[in-house]
Design a protein around this ligand. Structure first.
Ligand SMILES: [Zn+2]
Length: 395
């Protein structure tokens, strides 16, 4: 048993504890969280003392490990339609280099304190790395085609890939890519697979202004991008209020839904979502939004609307690193009123709930195996990260 203490402990399930003591067994299981004057507190000589804060391991609710080899390939701040074109035309690389980048990205996440990841896959490229990783993964096997005639074939391939992950004892579900890339027929096919591939659902949402434009008027840069790839919009009837209004009612029921990005989601979307279902999580990938669209979402609005907020890094194709800490720093540098305790909850427990992993992870509740992180150089008086804030894994 080790006894760890710091200026503040963030157990997450309850208020932060100044000078608290964390009792952790050799394998990392949380045994207890003690107040400094607790009668069960060990002899002071047995306590290891850390300057800064301790918190549970981070949950990365959105990544694309299989795009790791595209680090630095796509130019920044050109907007989503151009980003998609770059990814589609440049994603194939020789596979040895691709596999090595996946392995290194997985190691980077572990080193950066990431305990679990919701990872989008279009292939089984990440399977070997995940099987051997200390990071826990939920693989979101993603399917897309806006052409109704292709729905069956696309779904069949998704099932084949998801089966491979399941056969390797890895968590996997089949999910739609985004409102603008999934036909009604394909949505119906995904929902029909729920009895076999139950698990959380994720969908990219309202990442760019032209996404809503597509569903309201059938025009815009995104539509033009897909026409450039040969997509046929002649039978498309754009009469929805927004992209989310098109997608949400078609998603499988009784599964958590993680909406990814939501950079352009407007105030009215939150009430709309609440009126349709109560198991929706809002995931922000601020670094990637800055990289692609050069804007980040209105997180104070999300908080005001009491959205369940989790954090993702997105892929190395649209981020300089896979670090939840860097995501939190960027969010706070834009919104100073969002303090450490609130950000850490998004980065741990809420993400764990979204991925159905909160029985084991996301807080220092007794019996969990959540990982233990040491946050250094944080301004605890004001609840702020600093430029030199860093994270070191203790368990
Ligand atoms: Zn993504």
């Amino acid at each position: 048993m080790r006894f760890l203490s710091a200026d503040i402990i963030f157990p997450i399930y309850t208020n932060s504890i100044p000078n608290g003591i964390l009792a952790v067994s050799a394998n990392g299981t949380i045994n207890d969280v003690l107040l400094p004057d607790d009668e069960n507190a060990p002899d002071p000589s047995r306590i290891e003392r850390f300057e800064g804060a301790l918190c549970p391991g981070f949950i990365n609710a959105h990544c694309h490990l299989e795009l790791s080899h595209m680090k630095g390939v796509v130019a920044e701040k050109t907007g989503l339609p151009k980003f998609i074109t770059e990814i589609v035309t440049r994603r194939e690389e020789n596979s040895e280099m691709k596999m090595e980048s996946i392995r290194l990205a997985d190691e980077e996440m572990w080193r950066n304190g990431i305990q679990a990841v919701g990872d989008i896959c279009n292939t089984a490229d990440t399977l070997e790395t995940k099987r051997n990783s200390r990071v826990e993964y939920h693989s979101f096997v993603e399917v897309f085609s806006f052409d109704p005639a292709k729905a069956e074939a696309v779904l069949k391939e998704g099932i084949r890939v998801a089966d491979l992950y399941r056969q390797a004892d890895l968590r996997a579900s089949i999910v739609p890519h985004a409102p603008y890339s999934v036909s009604e027929q394909l949505f119906a096919g995904i929902a029909a697979q729920q009895s076999r591939f139950s698990g959380p659902i994720s969908i990219h949402n309202q990442e760019t202004e032209s996404e809503d434009e597509m569903f309201v008027s059938g025009t815009g840069e995104l539509v033009e991008t897909f026409k450039g790839f040969g997509a046929d919009f002649t039978n498309f009837n754009p009469q929805k209020r927004s992209a989310l209004d098109y997608a949400l009612p078609q998603l499988p029921k009784n599964q958590n839904v993680i909406l990814i990005h939501n950079t352009c989601s407007k105030q009215e979307e939150f009430g709309y979502v609440d009126s349709v279902r109560n198991d929706v999580f809002w995931c922000t990938c601020a670094q990637a939004n800055k990289y692609i669209e050069n804007r980040i979402p209105n997180l104070p609005l999300w908080l005001e609307k009491q959205a369940k907020i989790c954090i993702g890094t997105d892929s190395l194709a649209s981020n300089h690193q896979l670090s939840i800490l860097e995501e939190l720093k960027l969010i706070q540098s834009n919104y100073l009123d969002i303090k450490l305790a609130e950000l850490l909850k998004m980065a741990t427990l809420t993400g764990a709930k979204a991925l159905n992993m909160d029985k084991e992870k996301g807080s220092f509740l007794k019996g969990k195996l959540p990982g233990v992180l040491w946050l250094k150089n944080v301004n605890l008086n004001e609840g702020l990260f600093t430029e030199t804030s860093s994270v070191q894994r203790l368990f």
